[in-house]
Design a protein around this ligand. Structure first.
Ligand code: GLN
Length: 560
């Protein structure tokens, strides 16, 4: 079979969930027995999102090979088995970086280097490289919105791909908005018409339109869109906002999106098997109870900064037939005004579990330490991730081992007790121009530890994105105080997991387990954290007492 592509573009406005739509298409094609690969082009000039603020960009998703990528790659990994690496997410900055490198090397043999053909060729080569990785179908998402100056080279490249490969090897999917106008009590198709026209003006006729809307599209609306936008009526897909994102692939399947794509690509494939997704969605909509988790972090007003984290918690909760209730707490608001001030306790009361996620910089650290102290002392299940693990070690050093000024050299370079420090700088390790530890690293777990009980194996691999590490010079003092180092790299250089035995669930890990959790394969650490949190809830709540949230959810489900 020759290389086949599905190109996903977006129009009208941004934030329509193009990544999720692309991932859902991938999921559906996999359900038909095809091997898919997925990639995203981002039109901005940063070489990658690694240096961008979480407030600007949302989460930086990390792949096994240590690429810092767009958060849509997280959707791709959660919804498909596409093998993702740094080749699967390219920005304009990366493309230009490659071209300028070649130009300086003299690779262009004196020619004038131009957007067409040099930039477009670079883009097309990147697509070919990914599709050559054994995929039956490669799904390519173009970031940004049609009409943006920045995305033009990418759109031109996909136009050329159709010219070169033909209709039977390429499908254009365009995601648009069909807004509901309350005053007219009508769904409006004009923005979609304009967006399709805009695409057409650069030579791309959309084959399939995915119409985001708050309401279901009637067949009249679909007919109208089909007629004005020059697509089959069957190819006008309603992409209504759904209570759970895991229902999106099922919603597309109902409207025959997979069959349509296969028809356009001239592929014969077995019928879809979506039973595991159906079962998952059923569990999402029929929880037996809820579990409440407080996330004490520093980018909490912008939930996209912790996208994979929220997903991984949801996977854990749904696996236990629980509805996840997350409360985001700004760490800075938990800081004490005086050493005796314990007002923060009021804000932390009543949660089933407390989680401190990753982060960079000093702001909010003292608040995180208070939250960890609370969880440790009151025996509330605690999960610390990356920065959360580092702060857990600092808290333990200060409040259990009496090392008053214990800190990380990230927050206090002059600290007399640098429990967390830049080990890689001392070791002289530098990768890709920095000392950041990125991507997959092996970790050996101690038998009989909480971590081992969760994973059920002694060797694991998890993804990293941090500069600072646990300082083993303090190992003897902290372990004497009761902290257990239950996971390290195979050569024992880096400490990867710490725990407090005897506590219902107190675990910190230096890696980011959230990047590897999938709805159908919940991550063991998140699953066990949820199990422990729910046990804590049951111990506090009278048996059978159900919260209003669950009752409301059940009544919604009953109406379906
Ligand atoms: N700021 C810490 C470090 O660089 C933690 C980073 C993180 O949580 N991802 O090591």
């Amino acid at each position: 079979m020759s290389a086949k592509y599905v190109f996903v573009t977006g129009g009208v406005v941004s934030s329509l969930g193009k990544g999720l739509a692309a991932a859902s298409i991938g999921c559906l094609l996999e359900s038909r027995g095809l091997r898919v690969n997925m990639m995203k082009f981002d039109p901005y000039l940063n070489v990658d999102p690694g240096t961008m603020s979480p407030f600007q960009h949302g989460e930086v998703f990390v792949t096994d090979d240590g690429a810092e990528t767009d958060l849509d790659l997280g959707h791709y990994e959660r919804f498909t088995h596409a093998p993702l690496s740094r080749d699967n997410n390219l920005t304009t900055g990366r493309i230009y970086e490659q071209i300028i490198l070649k130009e300086r090397r003299g690779d262009y043999l004196g020619k004038t280097v131009q957007v067409i053909p040099h930039v477009t060729n670079e883009i097309k080569n990147a697509m070919r490289k990914v599709s050559a990785n054994g995929a039956d179908v490669t799904i390519v998402e173009i970031g940004g919105t049609v009409g943006d100056i920045e995305s033009l080279p990418f759109l031109e490249a996909i136009r050329q791909m159709r010219q070169e490969l033909g209709r039977e090897n390429t499908v254009f999917v365009h995601l648009t908005l069909v807004p509901w106008i309350a005053a007219a009590q009508e769904l409006k198709t004009k923005p979609t018409q304009h967006s399709v026209k805009e695409l057409l003006s650069i030579g791309i006729q959309a084959d399939i339109l995915m119409c985001r809307s708050e309401r279901e599209l009637s067949s009249e609306i679909k007919q109208k869109i089909a007629a004005f936008c020059n697509v089959e009526e069957l190819a006008v897909i309603g992409a209504q906002t759904l209570p759970s994102i895991y229902e999106v692939p099922l919603g597309f399947a109902k409207q025959g999106v997979d069959s349509l794509i296969l028809k356009y690509l001239h592929i014969e494939a077995p019928a879809a098997d979506l039973t595991r997704w159906q079962d998952l969605v059923y569990r999402c909509y029929h929880p037996k109870d809820e579990v409440s988790i407080a996330i004490v972090g520093k980018y909490v007003e912008y939930e996209d900064s912790y996208k994979s984290l929220k997903e991984a918690l949801t996977h854990g909760a749904v696996s236990q037939e629980l509805k996840l209730k997350v409360t985001w707490i700004e760490a800075e608001n938990l800081e004490s005004k005086t050493p005796e001030d314990r007002d923060y306790e009021l804000q932390l009361e009543g949660f089933d579990g407390i989680l401190v996620p990753g982060g960079f910089g000093k702001r909010g650290i003292e608040g995180m330490l208070n939250a960890i102290r609370y969880a440790r002392e009151k025996k509330v299940p605690f999960f610390g991730i990356c920065l959360g693990m580092q702060t857990a070690c600092i808290e333990f050093a200060r409040n259990v081992c009496g090392l008053r000024d214990a800190n990380s050299s990230e927050f206090d370079p002059a600290s007399p007790h640098r429990i967390i420090y830049k080990l890689r700088e001392l070791l002289g390790v530098e990768e890709m121009g920095g000392t950041m530890r990125l991507g997959a690293w092996a970790c050996i777990l101690q038998k009989d530890s909480l971590a081992y009980r969760a994973y059920g194996v002694t060797e694991i691999s998890e993804r990293h994105r941090h500069r600072y590490e646990f300082n083993r010079e303090y190992e003897a003092q902290l372990t004497a105080g009761g902290l257990r180092l239950s996971g390290t790299t195979p050569d024992a250089t880096y400490v990867e997991i710490v725990e407090i035995p005897g506590h219902p669930y107190f675990l910190g890990c230096q890696f980011h387990p959230e990047f590897k959790s999938k709805p159908l394969e919940p991550h063991p650490l998140f699953r066990e954290f949820i199990v422990a949190s729910y046990k804590n809830r049951q111990a506090r709540m009278p048996a059978g007492s159900r919260t209003e949230a669950v009752a409301a959810q059940e009544s919604v489900a009953a109406q379906d």
